[in-house]
Each structure stands twice: as structure tokens, then as C-alpha cells.
Design a binder for this molecule. Structure first.
Ligand code: ZN
Length: 296
């Protein structure tokens, strides 16, 4: 069938093909899925530490600013890695399907090696793929970064980590507006990086303030999240005492993170949000070769 008329696949299928596979095999599955869509990903590789980031860029030339949508595809050993983070990958492959015939200043990066490679009771070091990316790329051209984690279950958008001084960030305002337009309830959360982190952090370290992570959680669990966060203390975290996290965060990194817990409707909800978000960017300085095509 001509790829132009290809129907979008159920996004959950992308979760099940990644599930229970190691990092190398998960990367191969992403490349296969992108190739089936008629896209040619590029790679950012490092031999040591071994990293392979997979990139699809829809940005036309000449260009100025662009929006980055990212999700890590690697997995913690011993976990099937469905919600963390085959779900984020699936939503981004869905976005690739929707954008495949467009020239828009959107770049999609599937990050390798987000999960910790050094884990002790006190220290947890990961984010290698995204740190390598920010080290080797110009951050001046990045308007915003929306990183996806845990998108496979729930009907309430979690935007994190946001502390009180970040409430006015343009990236946050835009995603809230997009959620409102879809009737999607949202909650911001100020999650300590010691408890939970993700690839937004590498961009913030490099000075990109408009870098957020988007997740989904069931509405009735949003209050539980707020309660667990209020019970946190630095001392408790340092001594390994974690509050009970709400669903679906309670099963991440465990053998229970399977696709049985993933809903197609949640994955579609995240995809709808991303599609609603893109046109809210008036990326100044962006010039379309034809003068009108691809203007967003
Ligand atoms: Zn993750």
C-alpha cells in the first residue's frame, strides 16, 4: 500500500513489539516502524559509553527555531518496560505517522540510555543519551522540549517537574492551553529529581528552561500524587524511604510494567495533545521555502 494512504496502526502495537526486549532490540523495532512509515531516521552514536539516539527531523530548510518531542526507549533490566517507556515511544511514532508528509519545525528524538547506569542507595546516574545530545547540538535553535514518559494509562495530564517560579514558562502555558482545548484535565507536579527524573533535565542543565516532561495518570490518582509529594523529605529520600507512589508510577522499573496495563485510548490522548500543541507555536524566524507551506 502507498505509505501516503497508510492508516495509523493501533499505537499499543508499538508498545507490544518493544515490550520485554533489550535496548538494542528496542532501537531496531523503532527503526523498523519508522522505515515502514517511509521515514529515514538519522542516528547520533557514541562508542563509549555506548549510545544510539534515533532522530527524525521534519524541519525544512531554511529554518530557525524548532520544537523537540523526545522519549527514551531504553529499559531497566528485569522490567518489560511497557509504560516506561515504550508508551512514550509509541506516542511519538504516532506523531511521526501524522507528520510524515509535512514540513514543520518539529524534531523527534528517541533517546538511548536514560535509565541509570550507576545505581547506589544514594546516587542514581542516567540520562546519558540526552546529555550526549545536548553536548553535541546547538540549543539556541530549540524553542521547547516536550519529553514523554508513562503515557499508556490514565486520563489526566501530569506536567513535571514544575516549581512555583516556573508557572509562567511559555512551554507550560502552551501545553495547558492545548489540554484545555481538548478538555483534558492537567496537574503540574514539582517532583524532586532524586525521586524521579527524565531527559528534560539534560536540556535544563544546558540552559533550555522550556523543557518539560508530560505523563498521563488516572484522574483519581492525581490527588494521591500530590499527597505523596507533600510527604517527601530530602532525608527520607537519602535514606531510601520512598512514599507510596500513585498508579501507574508504582510499577515502573518492575516486572509488572507490562502492556496489560496500557490503554490505546491513553496513547491516542497523548498523541492528540501533541497535535494540538504544535500549531500553538509561531516559530519566529522560520521561513518556508514556498512562502506558505509548512507554516505553523
Ligand atoms: Zn522512564
Amino acid at each position: 500500500m502507498n505509505s501516503q494512504y497508510q492508516e495509523i496502526k493501533p499505537l499499543k502495537e508499538y508498545v507490544t513489539v518493544l515490550e520485554n526486549k533489550d535496548n538494542q532490540a528496542r532501537g531496531e523495532q523503532i527503526i523498523t516502524a519508522l522505515t515502514e512509515l517511509g521515514l529515514e531516521p538519522t542516528f547520533q552514536k557514541c562508542r563509549w559509553p555506548r549510545i544510539r539516539n534515533i532522530i527524525v527531523d521534519f524541519t525544512p530548510e531554511p529554518y530557525a527555531k524548532r520544537i523537540l518531542f523526545t522519549a527514551h526507549y531504553d529499559v531497566v533490566k528485569g522490567s518489560p518496560g511497557a509504560n516506561d517507556n515504550a508508551s512514550g515511544v509509541a506516542a511519538l511514532i504516532g506523531l511521526c505517522h501524522e507528520l510524515k508528509h509535512q514540513k514543520v519545525p518539529v524534531k523527534i528524538v528517541f533517546f538511548d540510555r536514560e535509565e541509570a547506569w550507576l545505581r547506589t542507595p544514594l546516587i542514581r546516574l542516567g540520562l546519558l543519551g540526552s546529555l550526549f545530545y545536548v553536548l553535541k547540538n546547538d540549543m539556541q535553535i530549540v524553542s521547547a522540549v516536550y519529553n514523554l514518559e508513562f503515557c499508556g494509562l490514565g486520563d489526566c495530564l501530569g506536567i513535571w517537574p514544575i516549581h512555583s517560579e516556573q508557572e509562567e514558562l511559555p512551554a507550560l502555558r502552551r501545553v495547558k492551553t492545548a489540554a484545555l482545548r481538548l478538555g483534558l484535565p492537567y496537574q503540574t507536579a514539582n517532583i524532586s529529581w532524586i525521586l524521579l527524573s527524565s531527559d528534560h533535565m539534560s536540556f535544563r542543565i544546558k540552559g533550555v528552561r522550556n523543557a518539560l516532561t508530560l505523563s498521563l495518570l488516572p484522574k483519581d490518582q492525581a490527588d494521591v500524587l500530590e499527597f505523596s509529594l507533600s510527604k517527601l523529605s530530602f532525608l527520607k529520600l537519602l535514606t531510601g524511604q520512598r512514599s507510596t507512589l500513585p498508579k501507574p508510577l508504582d510499577i515502573i522499573h518492575s516486572s509488572e510494567d507490562t502492556s496489560d496495563n496500557i490503554n490505546e485510548s491513553a496513547l491516542r490522548l497523548m498523541l492528540s495533545l501533541l497535535l494540538e500543541l504544535i500549531p500553538s507555536y509561531d516559530l519566529s524566524g522560520y521561513l518556508s521555502p514556498s512562502g506558505k507551506d509548512g507554516k505553523i
